[in-house]
Design a protein around this ligand. Structure first.
Ligand code: SAH
Length: 517
């Protein structure tokens, strides 16, 4: 039986990938084909299965959009072949997006389709710029208007008199090229020249910028600031509320472009934490993990668990590799029986907790020194300690615990390697002066970073803030002649982020500087 294809016209939302609907995302996850254009955030494409066909249909600077008839034909053709087609459209598919034309074509062709609404740019821009589109004290009506009509036609289809006089808040899409005409016509038809106007570009993304003025002066301000599309123009008294309600651009790391270098598996959580504070985050891992060359020593330690007193794990990686190995050996957490679990810090403890295990001991300072102090206090003389660790880890724990009389088994549990790819990307980012800060959460990531970038790393890092999670990483930086600008008092991700916030609040160079060019 051949499967019957179907097209989903899905609103991608305005840019922030979090603003797609749950239903829209579900459609993407089931898609065989995704047809998208430049206002749909590329991050959303990652939701589609790897094997899904991804078709870009324009338009961006220079390149031309696929003609609408060809898009229509493409949607119909793939659906006829039994495919689940997601037509991903910026904002809402039925707001100035020609989604209506696509749907009519599909209906004519007898092809099944559904429409998943999206957060339209006007609504999103207003929300993220701090402008309630309606407010009882200001206005009770709202109009969405296309500003894209051909000026030669004298915007013939727009009834300026009714727009100017009859609608409270006006939101113009695609209006930047005609801004002068829009403001002139509104004033000519009775709107006060003092009416507030806000223009929001790249709304809901880290590049969001908002320009405010009045019908009288906004054109000059746009020119002076060289303010470019895509942008929506919001006209009306409600724009005044922005001075009280702005929030998105007020977040402490907004406009800062930060590079994180941790391993891919660990980057996502950190990235989200930074993004929550408003930063734009790029991730280029300078480290990747691999199994040890020889599992023998770890397996021997696992076999000896029944006679082991303490298991020390000093990273979430260690937890991951340890449990992966247990599983490969046909074992599970029960193998840990009476062993007491020592986690270096809350993240490692949380990784244990995900496996249904509670860490017995977690030091106050989340470092190797803390582990040693804690075990010194508990007493380890004559005890057996299993400490499988990263290759090249500092040997402090094993050495100190032995000095305390413990019998320490410390095999290599995983290796950390420098990725083969990424060096060129790092160099390009630094050469373009595209970064405000580079963040290192381990000595090894810094060391690899320098090796990947090359000898002139120090020179390329000029003007970029360097953030280090703690003293060992900072010492490595110094070894390479690099100055560390940000280091928290405690070596946790939360403290590191607070230190970054402090730093950027203090230095306050033009936010968004890194975004030029
Ligand atoms: N269907 C879309 C609109 C498509 S028309 C929606 O519902 O949002 C394209 C216009 O949308 C652009 O010219 C601009 O005016 C607006 N737009 C889209 N994304 C935007 C964004 N992130 N910031 C500001 N304006 C945006």
């Amino acid at each position: 039986m051949t499967r019957i294809g179907r097209v989903y016209l899905v609103g991608a939302g305005p840019g922030d990938p979090g603003l797609i609907t749950v239903k829209g995302r579900d459609c993407l996850r089931r898609a065989d084909v995704v047809v998208y254009d430049y206002l749909a955030n590329p991050a959303l494409l990652a939701e589609a299965p790897p094997a899904a066909e991804r078709i870009y249909v324009g338009k961006s600077r220079g390149r031309h959009q696929l003609p609408q008839e060809e898009i229509n034909a493409l949607l119909a053709e793939r659906a006829r072949r039994g495919k689940i087609v997601v037509r991903l459209k910026g904002g809402d598919p039925y707001v100035f997006g020609r989604g209506g034309e696509e749907a009519l074509h599909l209906r004519e062709q007898g092809i099944a389709f559904e429409v998943v609404p999206g957060v339209s740019a006007g609504f999103a821009a207003a929300a993220y710029a701090g402008i309630p589109l309606t407010h009882r004290d200001y206005t009770t009506s709202l109009g969405l208007v296309t500003g894209h009509e051909n000026p030669e036609k004298k915007m013939s289809r727009l009834d300026w008199e009714k727009l100017a006089g009859g609608v409270g808040t006006l939101v113009f899409y695609m209006g930047m090229a005609n801004l002068e005409l829009i403001t002139r016509e509104l004033v000519r038809h009775g709107r006060s020249p003092r009416t507030p106007v806000a223009i929001v570009r790249w709304a809901t993304t880290p590049r969001q910028q908002t320009l405010t003025g009045t019908l009288a002066d906004i054109v000059a301000k746009v020119r002076a600031a060289d303010f470019k599309p895509p942008a929506v123009i919001i006209v009306g008294a409600v724009v005044e509320l922005r001075q009280h309600l702005a929030w998105f651009e007020e977040r402490p790391l907004f406009g800062r472009r930060l590079l994180i270098t941790r391993a891919a598996e660990q980057a996502a959580v950190f990235q989200q934490m930074l993004e929550a504070r408003g930063a734009e985050v790029l991730s280029v891992p300078t480290i990747t993990t691999r199994a040890p060359q020889d599992w023998g020593p770890v397996d021997a330690g696992i076999a000896a668990l029944p006679n082991t007193d303490f298991l020390v794990l000093t990273s979430t990686n260690a937890v991951d590799f340890f449990f992966a190995r247990l599983r490969d050996l046909g074992l599970d957490a029960r193998a840990l029986g009476g062993v007491r679990l020592v986690a270096v810090g809350p993240k490692t403890a949380a990784a244990l907790s995900e496996r249904g295990l509670r860490a017995d001991l977690v030091p106050e300072s989340f470092q190797a020194e803390g582990v040693v102090e804690l075990l010194r206090a508990v007493g380890v003389a004559g005890k057996r300690v299993f400490y499988p660790h990263a290759e090249l880890a500092r040997d402090l724990i094993a050495r100190e615990l032995r000095a305390l009389g413990a019998e320490v088994d410390a095999p290599v549990l995983y290796r950390t390697l420098m990725p083969e790819q990424g060096g060129a990307e790092l160099r390009a980012l630094l050469e373009k002066r595209a970064l405000d800060a580079v963040i290192f959460t381990a000595s090894s990531t810094l060391e690899n970073f320098v090796r990947m970038v090359g000898e002139d790393a120090a020179h390329l890092l000029e003007g970029v803030a360097l953030a280090s999670i703690g003293p060992p990483t900072t010492r490595t930086a110094q070894k390479f002649g690099l100055t560390v600008h940000v280091e928290p008092a405690h070596s946790t991700l939360d403290d590191l982020i607070e230190a970054l916030v402090d730093y950027f609040t203090r230095t306050r160079h033009e936010p968004g500087m890194a975004h030029q060019g």
